[in-house]
Write a protein that binds this ligand. Structure first.
Ligand code: ZN
Length: 281
C-alpha cells in the first residue's frame, strides 16, 4: 500500500492486533495498512467503542467532566490567540462534552459525530447542536471561525478528504485546532509497538507535529502556534487502556478508579493552523 498522504512507497514496520503498520519511505507518516471507507467509520465507532473499553473509552461519560474542562480551556486559549470568539465546529464531538465547554465560554458551537447514540445524548442532555455523520462528508450551511479536532485526526478514514473539507467549511480568516499524538515523542519511541496509541483499526494514522504541519500545507494551512496540552485522566480510563494492552492483571486493581491523574502529555501536542496566513502569501 502506498502512503495515504504523499502516495510514495511504504515499508512494513510491525504488526499490531493483526494489522500491518507501515512507514512512508518519503514523508514522516506511519499508517495502518487497512483499506478504509465510510463504512469503516460506522463499524469502528459503533456503541461498543464508547462502552466496552478496549481502544475506545471504557465509559465515555465517566470522562465527561474532564473533557468539559478541556473544552473550556481550549475555548479560552483560542479566544486569546485568535482575539475573538465565534462559530466553532467540534469534529468527533461524541456526546459533546468538549463542545459544551466551548459553548459555556461563549462560543457558538456545532458538533459532528459519527455515532448516533452519542450525538443524540449530547443533543438531549446538553442541548447542543450535534450533527450525525462522518466529517469527511459534512456540508454545513454556514462556515466556521474555528474547527476543533481534539484527538480525532488519526481516526479519519480519508485524510485528504478530511482536510480538504476542513478548508472548505472554514471562513477565509478561520483557524484549525488539532490535538493529537506525536509518534516522534520520547514515550512513543521508548514504548515502541506497545505505545498506547498503536490501536488499529480505530487509530489508523500516526503523525508527528512536523509531519502534520508539512501535510497541512497542501490544503493551505499554516501553523501559527503549538504546544503541549496538560490533561487529566481518570483511574478507570487508565485501567481500561492498560487492560487492553496487558490483559487482566491483579495489579491493575490497585488503581483507584475515581481519582484523576495528571497525564504526562509528552506524547501529545496541540497545534493551531491558519487558513488566512497562507492565503496572503
Ligand atoms: Zn508519505
Amino acid at each position: 500500500m502506498n502512503c495515504p498522504l504523499c502516495a510514495s512507497e511504504s515499508k512494513f514496520v510491525f504488526k499490531i492486533n493483526g494489522f500491518d503498520i507501515h512507514d512512508c519511505v518519503s514523508c514522516d507518516h506511519r499508517f495502518a495498512n487497512i483499506k478504509t471507507d465510510e463504512k469503516h467509520v460506522d463499524k469502528t465507532y459503533d456503541d461498543s467503542y464508547f462502552n466496552d473499553g478496549g481502544a475506545g473509552y471504557s465509559d465515555y461519560l465517566l470522562e465527561s467532566d474532564l473533557l468539559y474542562e478541556r473544552g473550556k480551556r481550549y475555548a479560552k486559549q483560542m479566544e486569546h490567540i485568535i482575539g475573538k470568539k465565534g462559530r466553532v465546529l467540534d469534529v468527533g464531538a461524541a456526546a459533546g462534552c468538549i463542545l459544551k465547554g466551548y459553548v459555556d465560554e461563549g462560543w457558538n458551537g456545532v458538533g459532528i459525530e459519527p455515532n448516533q447514540q452519542m450525538a443524540q445524548y449530547g443533543r438531549k442532555q446538553y442541548n447542543l447542536k450535534i450533527e450525525q455523520g462522518a466529517f469527511e462528508n459534512f456540508r454545513p450551511q454556514d462556515k466556521f471561525d474555528l474547527i476543533s479536532m481534539i484527538q480525532v485526526v488519526p481516526h479519519f478514514y480519508e485524510q485528504h478528504k478530511a482536510f480538504l473539507n476542513a478548508s472548505k467549511v472554514l471562513k477565509d480568516d478561520g483557524f484549525l485546532l488539532i490535538e493529537s499524538w506525536n509518534r516522534q515523542s520520547i514515550s512513543a519511541k521508548i514504548f515502541g509497538k506497545n505505545w498506547h496509541e498503536y490501536a488499529p483499526p480505530s487509530v489508523l494514522h500516526w503523525y508527528s507535529l512536523e509531519g502534520l504541519t508539512v501535510f497541512l500545507k497542501n490544503f493551505g494551512f499554516e501553523r501559527v502556534s503549538h504546544g503541549r496540552p496538560s490533561k487529566k485522566i481518570s483511574g478507570r480510563h487508565i485501567k481500561s487502556l492498560l487492560e487492553y494492552k496487558l490483559g487482566k492483571n491483579f495489579m491493575l486493581n490497585m488503581i483507584p478508579e475515581k481519582v484523576k491523574f495528571p497525564y504526562p502529555s509528552e506524547d501529545l501536542f496541540w497545534a493551531l493552523f491558519s487558513k488566512k496566513a497562507s492565503l496572503k502569501t
